[in-house]
Design a protein around this ligand. Structure first.
Ligand code: HEC
Length: 136
């Protein structure tokens, strides 16, 4: 049999350790049962951050790189290559409105809208501007 004060010390040590362990487990459980998506009411701090939605017109560069590059980097079907100033010069001489019209309506080997069916007219014009700037 251990002396009384040692037994007491051991018991309190065990109690202390289990209290700490219990606190840790409790934290873990409350973290686990926290709602996954908490509701954000207007006026709450969480509602102050603006929700970023990809909207608005895309840049000419983005559209070129995703929609026009297939033909205009390889010269497929006789497409003027981006940056080929010699090939672009006579086209640029026709005037920017003529080039816009070619893209919007289609022109010889190029289908209407340069096949970008979800492009707005303004986006297509911005893309022509981008291509002309890169090909002068
Ligand atoms: C399927 C292939 C193809 C795609 C995709 C394409 N083009 Fe073209 N594009 C052509 C061809 C071919 C020509 C040259 C037509 C000719 O003069 O015979 C051309 C010509 C052009 C011209 C010059 C028109 C003129 O009047 O001289 C512009 C500007 C142009 N493309 C812009 C674009 C833009 C902007 C896109 C993307 C939205 C695009 N193209 C996508 C094939 C393509």
């Amino acid at each position: 049999m251990l002396p009384k004060h040692i037994t007491l010390a051991l018991v309190s040590l065990v109690l202390l350790v289990s209290t700490i362990a219990f606190a840790a487990v409790k934290d873990e459980i409350s973290a686990r049962v926290a709602p996954v998506g908490s509701l954000c009411m207007s006026g709450d701090e969480c509602a102050a951050a603006p929700i970023v939605v990809a909207s608005g017109p895309r840049s000419g560069e983005d559209i070129y790189n995703s929609k026009c590059i297939a033909c205009h980097s390889s010269g497929a079907a006789g497409a003027p290559k981006l940056g080929d100033t010699g090939v672009w010069a006579p086209r640029i001489d026709k005037g920017i409105d003529e080039l816009y019209a070619s893209v919007l309506n289609g022109f010889k080997g190029m289908p209407a809208k340069g096949l970008c069916m979800d492009c707005s007219d303004d986006e297509l014009k911005a893309t022509v501007d981008y291509m002309v700037i890169k090909s002068q």
